[in-house]
Write a protein that binds this ligand. Structure first.
Ligand SMILES: [Zn+2]
Length: 471
């Protein structure tokens, strides 16, 4: 029996098109999914789009489209972007899929029967951009901390509430126990723990005035709050996607830090209430800044994945995303820096190594040796901790740069043929294993390298360089 590994990205809200932030979460999830597949696990990699709620209804209206057509079109843009980045998801879920809607109703019915839902009146502040209620305490200069330009509205309506507060003690003890803690990295665990200990309120799970949503099974005048609907996707996919029933609970929910609370508190409490097992790990990464500034449409500095793929190729874009991935703190990036990194690491270092070794080996009429292929333990440790920048840095410093150094120092081209062949053969064994370790990150490049250095095959230098230098 293969070990199961279920990894998810957040489902992206279809009010905007994919940018480098979405691309980073999805690319990193893809790298992790490919890594576990390569280790022989049975992987289920889920991504998709979140399509209900007031903001989508408004955006559709503005675009003069009915909401479903609008969702179909934007959702497609995410699929196109992921195809360009060579994302190997197993299923793309959409919350307007009737099969998902059915599971949402069943799920809510279950926690309703459990006695965890009651009717009440909601009065308070709301950020439409986040589709989220805010407390006075959370405001920054009277605005949502994530949307300083849009207005926070006052809402007063009848809602159904979920008894979130009831689950706080249980969540605290789960998070405090290192054996059952599911929040990573450590800074995020502390943040959530402190917030939980301050005391939490119950949360509204329905909307009276929002039509674009899933009707509550016991009161059709209300629709399910878009966040509650969205969170259930992780579970619903395992109910209706063929052959995935045994994949719940998820091994890893990969998310951005802005949605930490929903995933680590509300979602967990919902699962506890429904009597379902909790995901093993929720990993929240940080944000990108672009040349020291916040990324925003109004600053005109938004980086789109399609542009990255156009400039650097799919693997180039994947490499630049993985090496700059804000896995713990915010990380800065920018076009100029990306180009320098691409040229230094891919065109000069890796690309050069491959073409030099292939050319010399061809001249020596070498047959490729049969090296062992496995993940280096140093790589495994870093990848499994999601520290992809450190994993790639290690691979480049200790393996790729090292191979180039051996070549420069031993100068096989000055040596007698037998000695030269031995030096090159040893480097090829290293390259074969570098390629194996690179495969989850740069799948196309790894395939090309494997083709050149296929064991037992007579070595022929490729006509084209792997990574053309950019001016
Ligand atoms: Zn907001």
């Amino acid at each position: 029996m293969k070990k199961k590994f279920f990894i998810t990205t957040p489902i992206y809200y279809v009010n905007s098109t994919p940018h480098i932030g979405h691309a980073a979460t999805t690319t990193v999830a893809d790298i992790i999914a490919r890594y576990y597949r390569q280790k022989g696990n049975d992987v289920f990699f889920l991504t998709g789009t979140d399509e209900h709620g007031l903001k989508i209804a408004q955006a559709a209206q503005k675009a003069k489209k009915d909401p479903q057509t609008f969702c179909d079109q934007v959702s497609e843009k995410f699929k196109v972007a992921w195809k360009k980045l060579n994302i190997s998801y197993d299923f793309f879920i959409r919350t307007t899929d009737p099969r998902h809607e059915k599971v949402v109703k069943e799920f809510l019915e279950r926690i309703h029967q459990r006695g965890d839902i009651y009717k009440g009146k909601y009065e308070g502040l709301y950020c439409i951009e986040c589709e989220k209620f805010l407390t006075e305490k959370e405001l920054v200069n009277g605005h949502c901390p994530y949307h300083p330009k849009s207005k926070v509205i006052h809402q007063s309506e009848e809602n159904y509430f979920f008894r979130l507060s009831k689950y706080a003690p249980q969540l605290i003890s789960l998070i405090e126990n290192p054996q059952t803690n599911y929040i990573f990295p450590e800074g995020k665990r502390k943040e959530i723990l402190a917030k939980l200990k301050e005391g939490i309120e119950d949360v509204s799970i329905s909307r009276e005035k929002v039509k674009w949503g899933i009707p509550l099974p016991w009161d059709k005048k209300h629709t399910v709050y878009v966040w509650v609907d969205a969170l259930i996707n992780y579970y619903s996919a395992t109910r209706f996607v063929k052959g995935k029933k045994d994949f719940w609970p998820a091994n890893l929910h990969l998310i951005g830090k802005e949605i930490l609370w929903f995933h680590t508190v509300i979602w967990q409490a919902m699962l506890l209430s429904a009597g379902l097992p909790l995901p093993q790990k929720i990993f929240a990464h940080s944000f990108y800044t672009i040349d020291g500034e916040k990324m925003s449409k109004s600053l005109g500095n938004v980086i789109y994945p399609e542009e990255m793929v156009e400039k650097f190729g799919a693997d180039g874009a994947r490499y630049l995303i993985a090496t700059s991935f804000p896995y713990r703190d915010d990380a800065d990036t920018g076009w100029e820096r990306m180009k320098e990194k691409y040229n230094a690491d891919l065109a000069n270092n890796l690309g050069n190594l491959i073409s030099r070794v292939a050319k010399i080996g061809e001249r020596l009429s070498l047959t490729n040796p049969r090296g062992e292929r496995r993940f280096w333990p140093e790589m495994e440790a870093k990848v499994e901790n999601l520290n992809l920048p450190a994993a790639l840095d290690w691979l480049w410093q200790t393996k790729i740069t090292a191979c180039n150094l051996v070549l420069n120092q031993q100068k096989p081209w000055e040596k007698p043929k037998a000695e030269a062949r031995k030096i090159i053969a040893e480097i090829i064994v290293q390259i074969q294993n570098i390629s194996f370790n690179l495969a989850p990150f740069l799948p196309e490049t790894s395939k090309k390298i494997d083709h050149i250095f296929a064991p037992g095959k007579k070595l022929t230098a490729p006509q084209k360089v792997l990574f053309p230098r950019l001016k």
